[in-house]
Design a protein around this ligand. Structure first.
Ligand SMILES: NC(=O)c1ccc[n+]([C@@H]2O[C@H](COP(=O)([O-])OP(=O)(O)OC[C@H]3O[C@@H](n4cnc5c(N)ncnc54)[C@H](OP(=O)(O)O)[C@@H]3O)[C@@H](O)[C@H]2O)c1
Length: 340
């Protein structure tokens, strides 16, 4: 980290991702000056950080003055409104909401995959972060892609409740309490009960019967991996897990890569933990990924049903690694770029 502290605004600090940003800064001991922001309606006034209680301020036009970067962990409408205000103060907006993911001139970045693209954030004053599941997917696939050139991906996303923020966690809590008391829970805001269930819908369906969350996988991976010809299909399923998304991944590569060789490149890649001794019942699971900064990869095996096929299972904490960790790393990369 640079000697000077990172001057960081966190908008949506009281939310699931915002709190994970604070955890990431604490865990990685990042030198930081923080400004914590939320709405005037927020139920939370103070947040704990490194043993101190920090005030949560109401976001305003002046909130970004003097900041290097602002993490916008807020709904898309708020991000659209706030990003230009941040840039007007010379503060880079890091958008997690998806509001800018397809805006011309806005780079889409996973640090560890395409770090150099952060610099082009200065075109619009915004860097976009990909959707939650794509961050661990890109981190796990980039080393294999460099080695063997991935041609096609089939992914099943096992989407944790916290992927829908505080509302998703509260809803699953309520449902589990009701179900364990032998009652049918109240109808969910998420339309179907997730507790003791699987719901094959995350996001809104498009005309081809594909949700926006599923469509994002191919679109975002092609950009992040600089692989315009990459074919991808995904199915996203809400599962009754509070934290950490799971990704069941099947690949076809242009060049053959054995399971052993794939494990070797994954082990050598920073930010990944290969947990892969299935005979000893050692493999990635959400309970192992919670609060971990690493992306866990295991069940790596050759897929005999096709030429150059590979299967793997990837798990990462969607808040800590998927959203917050990537956003903070974008801010660090931006500051490093500007100060050198
Ligand atoms: N959850 C994930 O795994 C994940 C992953 C990737 C990206 N994201 C994206 O990150 C964003 C935040 O998600 P989350 O899961 O943290 O949601 P959340 O738990 O519902 O938190 C939302 C936060 O946004 C704040 N907020 C809402 N409207 C605002 C406004 N107009 N101005 C300023 N602050 C406002 C809320 O503050 P109050 O306390 O004032 O209500 C709260 O702090 C969303 O766009 C989401 O799509 C989430």
């Amino acid at each position: 980290m640079t000697e000077k502290p990172l001057k960081l605004a966190v908008v949506g600090a009281t939310g699931s991702v915002g709190r994970a940003v604070l955890e990431d800064l604490e865990a990685r001991e990042i030198k930081v000056e923080l400004r914590l922001l939320a709405t005037s309606r927020s139920e939370v006034d103070l947040l704990e950080f490194r043993g101190d209680e920090l005030e949560v301020e109401t976001v305003s036009d002046r909130s970004f003055r003097g900041c290097d970067a602002a993490i916008l962990a807020v709904p898309a409408a708020a991000a659209r409104e706030l990003a230009p205000k941040a840039w007007a103060e010379g503060c880079l907006a890091i958008d997690l909401s998806g509001a800018f993911r397809s805006t011309d001139g806005v780079p889409l970045v996973v640090v560890g995959v395409n770090d150099a693209d952060v610099a082009s954030g200065e075109t619009r004053g915004v860097v976009a972060a990909p959707s939650g599941p794509v961050v661990p997917l890109a981190l796990a696939l980039a080393p294999i892609h460099r080695e063997a050139s991935i041609q096609r991906i089939v992914a099943t996303i096992l989407f944790a409740a916290s992927g829908s923020g505080r509302a998703g966690v509260r809803q699953l809590e309520k449902e589990m309490v009701a179900l364990l008391n032998g009652e049918e829970p109240d109808p969910s805001d998420l339309s179907h009960r997730v507790g003791l269930n699987l719901v094959p819908q995350v996001g809104a369906f498009g005309p081809a019967g594909i949700t926006d969350q599923e469509a994002a996988v191919g679109v975002e991976l092609r950009r992040l991996l600089s692989a315009p010809g990459l074919a991808a299909t995904a199915t996203a399923i809400r599962v009754p897990v509070f934290y950490a998304h799971g990704l069941v991944v099947n690949l076809r590569t242009a060049r053959a890569i054995s399971a052993d060789a794939a494990r070797a490149v994954l082990r050598a890649a920073p930010g990944l933990k290969v947990i892969d001794a299935p005979g000893e019942r050692v493999y990635p699971m959400p309970m192992l990924a919670v609060n971990d900064d690493a992306v866990l990869v295991g069940r790596v095996r050759e897929d005999a049903s096709q030429e150059n096929g590979l299967d793997l299972f990837v798990v990462a904490d969607n808040l800590r690694r998927g959203a917050a960790g990537n956003a903070v790393r974008i801010a660090e990369t931006w500051v490093r770029t500007r100060r050198t």
